[in-house]
Structure formats: structure tokens, C-alpha cells
Design a protein around this ligand. Structure first.
Ligand code: ADP
Ligand code: MG
Length: 254
């Protein structure tokens, strides 16, 4: 076989591999979609025939339809990521403002049993700290991580910590909670598409696409994301992002 033919064979093998991954994604996605459509139909039928209290049926239908909406928007995002059409803007994003906005919105819907706190290391909250990025996507990223912490922390605390310059020109954002921790079988495939569901966490688990999308957002911002369970219980997610030039830390040099 010539080297050109070998090259073709390799390309064909790679295309076949990608095709079968795509088939698997479509299979799982259709299955997940069907699993959400079925209860909507069932509860609508029950209410229609008077076999169930209408208000209770509507509550179930609304909750399930919202999950369906989230799943479809996550599937669209994954499709964009996998076909290289997931674009992130590069605008100046004021980190303090973004964090304040997200924490404020989260506090409104957090259970009173859970405390949400912020801590700033090496940052003067009144000074400007910005990164080059996509505000909407960064908000989606932090919201997903805080929502995960909120889902798996029935009682206790969530701490969002900003650390300017763990290394030169870097910003570290960590989100720690005192919740259930991530089960080993989930941890092994945490940033994959459709993270396996754990019996330990039951119905709290959602689409299983959130962290796959979160990782893609971090990558598009030239950053890194990792997760670990805390020795004292709960989980910590850590994101490292490049700081925008001439932001707070550049000024210090001058
Ligand atoms: N803070 C956390 N504490 C415990 N488990 C977590 C936490 N964050 C993520 N997980 C686990 O990782 C899984 C995947 O998270 P994610 O991709 O955001 O999907 P989803 O939130 O839709 O379930 C969750 O279902 C859960 O099992
Ligand atoms: Mg999530």
C-alpha cells in the first residue's frame, strides 16, 4: 500500500469512528427525549379522563416540560460544540460584576438551609478585574456549577472563591460545596456527554450534559477546569482562566 493509500485508510477509519460516536449520541439523546415526553402524555391523559387531580397533573407536566426544554437546548449546544460551531465572543467581562449578578440571582432561589458565600483572594472588590471572553457563556458556566452545588447540597454551604494570580496573569475561580460529593462512577466520566446516572443521587441528576458544555466554554476561553471531592465532604470545582491584559494585575507591574 502506498503512503497516500495508508493516509486514506486512516481518514476513513477516523470518519467511521466519529460516525459511530455520533450514532451513539443520537441514540442516547432520543432515549432521554422520549423519557421526558412519556410522562407529559401520561399525566395529560390522566387529567383529561378525571383520573387525577388537574392541578397536580399540571405541576408534573410543567416540571417535565421544563426539563425537556433544558435537554433540547443542551443537545443543540453539544451539537454546536461537536461540529466546531460553538463560538464564544471576546469582549471585556467585568468579573466582579458577573459574580455579583449570579450570586444575587442564586440566593433568591436557594433553600434557607444552604448558605452561599463569596471570598476574594488578592482582589480588591472595588478594583477592576476583567477577562476577555463571552459574558453570556461565562454566566452559563458559573450558573451551571452553582446550580449543581445547590442541587446536591441539601443543607450546608456553597463558597465561590476568586483568587487573582494563583500564577501570573491567571484568575482562579473555585466553587466548593458541603454536599453529597460526586460518586466514583460519575467522577470517572464527569466531563463526558451524558454522564452516567448514579443511583445514589437519583432524580436530582439532570441532562448530564451541563459539565460537557461547561468544559467546552472553559476551553474556548483558553482555561482549565477540574473537580475533586473534599476530604471533609462535598465537592470543589476549580477553573483557571487567563486575566485580561491591563486589568488589575497588569496595573501592578507599572
Ligand atoms: N457539586 C456537585 N456535587 C455532587 N455531584 C455533582 C456536583 N456537580 C456535578 N455532580 C454530578 O455530575 C453530574 C453531571 O453534572 P452536569 O453535567 O452538570 O449534569 P446535570 O446537572 O444535568 O445532571 C451530576 O448529575 C452529578 O451526578
Ligand atoms: Mg448541571
Amino acid at each position: 500500500m502506498t503512503s497516500q493509500e495508508e493516509g486514506f485508510q486512516k481518514t476513513i477509519a477516523e470518519l467511521k469512528r466519529l460516525n459511530s460516536l455520533n450514532d451513539e449520541f443520537i441514540n442516547v439523546a432520543s432515549h432521554e427525549l422520549k423519557n421526558l415526553v412519556q410522562p407529559i402524555l401520561l399525566f395529560a391523559e390522566l387529567a383529561k379522563h378525571g383520573d387525577m387531580d388537574k392541578d397536580r397533573a399540571i405541576d408534573v407536566i410543567l416540571a417535565t416540560a421544563n426539563k425537556l426544554k433544558q435537554l433540547t437546548s443542551d443537545i443543540l449546544a453539544v451539537n454546536k460544540i461537536d461540529s466546531d460551531r460553538f463560538v464564544c465572543e471576546t469582549e471585556k467581562v467585568d468579573v466582579n460584576g458577573l459574580v455579583e449578578e449570579i450570586v444575587g440571582a442564586t440566593r433568591l432561589r436557594l433553600s434557607p438551609e444552604v448558605k452561599l458565600e463569596t471570598s476574594f483572594v488578592g482582589i480588591d472588590a472595588s478594583e477592576e478585574l476583567s477577562i476577555d471572553g463571552d459574558r453570556m457563556r461565562l454566566s452559563q458556566l458559573l450558573t451551571n456549577l452553582i446550580n449543581n452545588s445547590a442541587k446536591f447540597t441539601a443543607k450546608g454551604s456553597i463558597l465561590l472563591r476568586l483568587n487573582a494570580q494563583p500564577k501570573k496573569n491567571q484568575l482562579e475561580i473555585s466553587i466548593s460545596d458541603s454536599g453529597s460529593g460526586i460518586p466514583a462512577e460519575v467522577m470517572a466520566r464527569l466531563f463526558d456527554k451524558f454522564v452516567p446516572k448514579s443511583t445514589a443521587q437519583g432524580s436530582k441528576q439532570g441532562t448530564g450534559l451541563g459539565l460537557y458544555i461547561s468544559k467546552a466554554i472553559v476551553k474556548r476561553h483558553n482555561g482549565e477546569i477540574s473537580a475533586s471531592n473534599n476530604p471533609t465532604g462535598g465537592t470543589t470545582f476549580r477553573i483557571v482562566l487567563p486575566i485580561r491584559q491591563n486589568s488589575q494585575n497588569e496595573d501592578e507591574k507599572n
